[in-house]
Design a protein around this ligand. Structure first.
Ligand code: FES
Ligand code: FES
Length: 135
């Protein structure tokens, strides 16, 4: 992506956010914010019986970069397992969003993914604990 394409990509996600909604019966519903701004992004996720992400959504207020990143993150996690989501890298995300554009605001660019990873990790730990208890 050249610089112009990267700008258009971010603006498209900002203006046409993907999965910008709540979810019914979410397994994950976690809000995250950044120190120094009042923005709050809430990530919702639900997993299917096969262990793969079944539905994803996000809500909240944030700057252009954090909203565009939240929208993009909900696209890349489709069909992934909890473990795969937990393993997603912030560095890869920065590259995919256009590092040159977002490097001055890394906390904004990674807010949605960080929040989702934390929520998914807590969910995964709960699932593992329940499975161990039943075994
Ligand atoms: Fe999810 Fe360890 S890989 S809790
Ligand atoms: Fe608050 Fe970007 S300035 S998330």
């Amino acid at each position: 992506m050249d610089r112009q394409e990267a700008i258009e990509f971010l603006i498209d996600h900002y203006e046409n956010p993907r999965h910008n909604h709540a979810l019914e019966n979410p397994d994950v519903s976690l809000s995250g914010g950044n120190p120094g701004c009042a923005d709050v992004i809430t990530m919702h996720a639900r997993f299917g019986k096969d262990g793969k992400l079944e539905a994803i959504g996000w809500e909240g207020e944030g700057c252009t970069i954090s909203r565009a990143a939240a929208s993009y993150v909900t696209e890349i996690v489709e069909g992934l397992t909890a473990e795969e989501i937990e393993a997603l890298s912030f560095e890869d995300l920065m590259d995919q969003l256009g590092r040159e554009l977002v490097m001055t605001r890394p906390t904004c660019a990674t807010l949605a993914l960080g929040t989702l990873k934390k929520g998914v990790h807590d969910y995964h730990m709960r699932e593992l604990r329940d499975a161990a208890r039943e075994a």
